[in-house]
Design a binder for this molecule. Structure first.
Ligand SMILES: [Zn+2]
Length: 353
């Protein structure tokens, strides 16, 4: 079974979800507006008295223009800062008078925004004017607890986790989240464990919805999939929940795990792709260990689905029996599976036996 975690991005996942793109664009503009309003017109002799709305304030490049700020919705935060720092902000009147050489731009102040950790700091006359959390541009912040966990216990997939987070600071990655083999395993394991794929009535693509009694376990998975969501896990009606945004990437899972709107398994195609890490995620969702035997609760898959999954275990060479929508591995197979899963457990919080 393939347990390698790769970095390959699949071609068909490069498509952009336009709803999501608009949301990101909105965030970008609200962030740009904040900077404009806080500076106001930077022409010291501006005749306009009182506050101006952001629509009357414009960025004016004082040197080395590479790109217009308003066209940088897809650029990285570093690139946006770099470009903003070449500009001054002027009201529409002062801007027009400057471009037609009625005003001398020599004594206009430059903008100064600096990225520091997860904040953008806006300066004026070398004093901090405002701290803008980058969360308004970036969609998620890593959870402190999980971050600590991954620092304490280093393992293969936790290291990969850190890598996926680095990509988050790049806005291009947000519009077009990188899809790793690791993501495939977590999504497939989670769906096998009972989570659902849902297509909104007017939507084009599916989203993933997860629930779990164990908040920490849910956070662990949500952290791996954070590129695909705008919210962290939340609690509603006493249930811990998390859901992704709609992305084309989830449609391939719908084809694999659903048929005509109902759960359906194509065991052959799953067995080719599911790695030990995927099985571990599945176990984390609906598995238990009793009397030296591993038990998977497959109630959500019904009788037919349970039989199909039991067949999957047979393909792996393990002996099982089915009791009331539960698949129970015999002692020897359970022992073998635990030995296989062990190297993947570090950092996940899962312990078997
Ligand atoms: Zn002005």
């Amino acid at each position: 079974m393939d347990s390698k975690i790769g970095k390959i991005m699949l071609k068909d996942e490069k498509q952009v979800d336009y709803k999501y793109k608009n949301k990101t664009r909105e965030r970008f503009y609200s962030f740009i507006k904040k900077i404009k309003i806080n500076y106001g017109c930077l022409n010291p002799e501006c005749k306009w008295i009182g506050e101006l709305p952001p629509c009357c304030l414009e960025f004016h490049h004082l040197h080395n223009k590479v790109k217009q700020i308003s066209q940088m919705t897809c650029s990285s935060i570093d690139a946006i800062c770099k470009e903003i720092n070449k500009c001054t902000i002027l009201c529409t009147t002062c801007h027009r008078l400057t471009t037609h050489n009625y005003l001398n731009s020599n004594n206009f102040k430059l903008c100064k925004v600096i990225k520091q950790d997860d904040h953008l700091i806006q300066y004026h006359d070398n004093k901090i004017l405002l701290e803008i959390p980058i969360i308004s541009v970036k969609t998620t912040t890593p959870r402190a607890i999980i971050r600590q966990k991954s620092e304490n216990k280093s393992s293969v997939h936790v290291t990969k986790l850190v890598n996926t987070n680095i990509e988050l600071t790049n806005k291009k990655a947000l519009l077009n989240p990188p899809f790793l083999k690791l993501h495939w395993q977590v999504i497939a394991g989670t769906i096998l464990g009972g989570s659902s794929l849902i297509k909104p009535k007017k939507g084009k693509h599916y989203y993933l919805s997860m629930r779990d009694k164990n908040a920490e376990w849910l956070e662990y998975k949500a952290k791996i999939l954070s590129n695909f969501a705008s919210l962290e896990p939340f609690t509603k009606e006493k249930t811990n929940r998390w859901h992704s945004l709609c992305f084309p990437v989830f449609d391939q899972f719908a084809r694999l795990f659903y048929k005509e709107g109902k759960r359906h398994l194509d065991v052959e195609s799953i067995s080719n792709k599911l790695s030990t890490f995927g099985i571990l995620i599945w176990y984390g969702d609906c598995g238990s260990y009793k009397d030296k035997k591993i038990i998977f609760n497959t109630r959500i898959w019904g009788k037919e689905g349970t039989e199909a999954l039991s067949y999957y275990f047979t393909l792996c060479g393990w002996q099982t029996e089915i009791i009331e929508n539960k698949i129970i591995l015999d002692e020897e197979s359970s022992y073998k599976l635990i030995r296989m899963l062990e190297p993947e457990m570090s950092g996940t919080g899962i312990e078997i036996g």
